[in-house]
Each structure stands twice: as C-alpha cells, then as structure tokens.
Design a protein around this ligand. Sequence first.
Ligand SMILES: *Cc1c(COP(=O)(O)O)cnc(C)c1O
Length: 384
Amino acid sequence: MDSLIQRPGTSGIAQGTHARIDLAAISANASMLASAARGTPVMAVVKSNAYGHGLIPTARAALEGGASRLGVAQLEDALALRSAGITAPILAWLPWRPTDYDAAILADVELGVEAPWRLAMIAEAAERNGCPARVHLEVDTGMSRGGATRDDWPLLVEAAHRAQDAGRIVVTGVFSHFACSDIPGHESITAQLSAFDEAVAYAAAAGVEPELRHLANSAALLTLPETHYDLVRTGLALYGLSPVEALGDFGLRPAMSLRSTVVVVKRIPAGTGVMYGLTYRTAVDTTVAVIPVGYADGLPRAASEAGVELLVGGRRHPIAGVVGMEQTVLDVGQDLPSPGQEVVLFGPGDDGEPTVVELARQLRMLPAEIMARIPASMPRLYES
Ligand SMILES: *Cc1c(COP(=O)(O)O)cnc(C)c1O
C-alpha cells in the first residue's frame, strides 16, 4: 500500500463542522408563504432554535420576508427574542413555569392557555404587575395535545370572559392545531375544522370575540385555504421543506446545509474492518476519509450502514461502518480528497448533495427532527 502522508492543501478554508443557513431563502420562503396566505397575516414558528436554524437571525429574516408575528412553545425563546430587540408580537403557547406569567407580561409576550387554573395564575400575575396579559385560548379539536377539550371549553371561556371584564387579561386569540393536515383528504381535517368553528362560535356567544382565530400550520396554509381564518402559523415551509412531499416543493427553498471537513485521509487494504464493531469491511484497497462530525453533532447514529452517502469533492461517498460520537469515516474509494476539503452532509441539493428529506427517508426520521437535533453549540454560518 502507498502511504498518504499529506499536508492540508492551502486552497480553500477549512471551516470545521458547521451549519450554513441561507437567510435569503428564509426571507423568500416567508414572502412566498405570505402571498399564499393572500393577505392573512403569517406567524413564523421559530420554536426549537428555529428548527435548528438559529433563533434570532431566523426570526429577523422571517420578519423581513413578510411574517408579522412569531410563535414559540417555550417562554424562554420568546424572552430571548425580546432581549435581541425584536418587537414583533410573539406568542408562547406552552408557558408552564410559575415564573413564566410575570416574565411574559413584563416582556409583552402573548401566552397560550388551555385551563382555567392557568388562566387564574396569569390573571394574578397581571394584577401584580398592573398590566393586562394577552392570551390565546387553546382548544383541543382532536389532536389531544394542548388545548381544552370540548367538555372543558365552556369553563375556560367563562373564566376568560370574567378575567377580561376585570381588566386582567385581553383575549387576543383562539387557536387549535391540526393532527393530520399533511395527509390530504384525511377525515380528521374536516372534523377538526368544524370542532374549531363550534368552539369559536361558543366563545363569541359567551362574549369572547378575539381578533385572531388561528388553526393552520404549513400544510394547511398551502393546501387548505378554508383553514386560514385570521392568522396562519408556519414552521416547516418557512425553512424550505414541503409540508406535503407528494404535492411537490411549492417553490420553497431549503435554508440549511450541514457541512464538515475532511481531517484524516489514508489508504487501507481490502478486507480491513472500519469503526466500532468492525462491521464494515473494505472490498478492495481503498481510501478512507475521517470527518469530525458524529451523533453528538446531530448526525444520527442511525446513519450507520443505512446507505447514507455524503458529498466530497463533488461526488457522493458512503459512510463506512458506524457513526461515532464525534467522528465518522467515509469510504471514498479511489478518490483522493485532501485534508481540509469540504464535505456536505445535506443541503438544498444544488451540487448533488443529499437533501435533508432524502437523509430523513433513509433514516426513517423526520427532516425537522434531523434539523432540530443539531445542537445549539454547532457553529452556524449565516448567508444573506
Ligand atoms: C410546530 C407548530 C406549528 C408549525 O407547524 P409546521 O407544520 O412546522 O408548519 C404551528 N403551530 C403549533 C401550535 C406548533 O406546535
């Protein structure tokens, strides 16, 4: 065997493992979604570090593109947006810490609420802070996650009506969430829609008529115009992924690519085992390239022996053996990448790299799951 003792080439700057985020794509997607919503305001859903894209830059790009509101699950994310100086209306639909209610009122963050006891805590915080809290009442129309059930809805509406009369809260919204809007024609869609109409009508009859009724997520925004009401909430599509793959890409552009760098290159003979368990055996004399990325960086261990190929120097090469915690080996065959050369794990697909959708299919994961699991500590390089 020839030994390959090479120094890194001087061309190209080794970036290490990083996520590259195309902010122009996020703005363009937001703008396209705003047109698809035909005048209905758009809430950009930036929970979970903006599906892994980075909370603050993503929120700004979405607002620049045409979103007018932001939505998160955890209050902490809403507070981080406020600390960054973002003044757009923000809804946090899952406040749960006892301190959340005061913090939300002080930062002018709207809160989702599903139960009278939580509404009472929010009203008490409003009283303490001398400022009414803005809330969105959540109704469970069939998903059984958040929201008051049909049986509990009247109690929540009545409690909200009383607290609003007492000047402690302002009911800004009534909302619910779809379980199957990404499955065209699913019978639950019309059932949830009529349950929502019923809940809205009940609230109106009881004197609670908020300015914002909202139900649609990305799939509903793009395929079910009858669900738009006064506001649409979009996550997946904002990041450029089709919420209903069978219906095409809707003109969306994926904003994230995950990249790494070749750090070790060597020739190994036919019949050599690779990585833990030596489950991979080289068929012929070959070159392996080590990249400093593993399951701690969000490359799922399930990508071991799953047929996953990554792009190195314009060509796809398979992962050899198991994905390690911080290192993964590629079998690059008779290619000869140099240390420092870029590796694309996934991206928009322009140069032949896998897309996150392709990777997710191979790994039996969701594209959003792969993106959201990229740790916050991963360097993100923002392009605009
Ligand atoms: C995550 C989430 C959304 C966004 O859903 P997408 O399918 O990504 O558009 C909207 N609303 C709520 C309540 C959510 O939890």
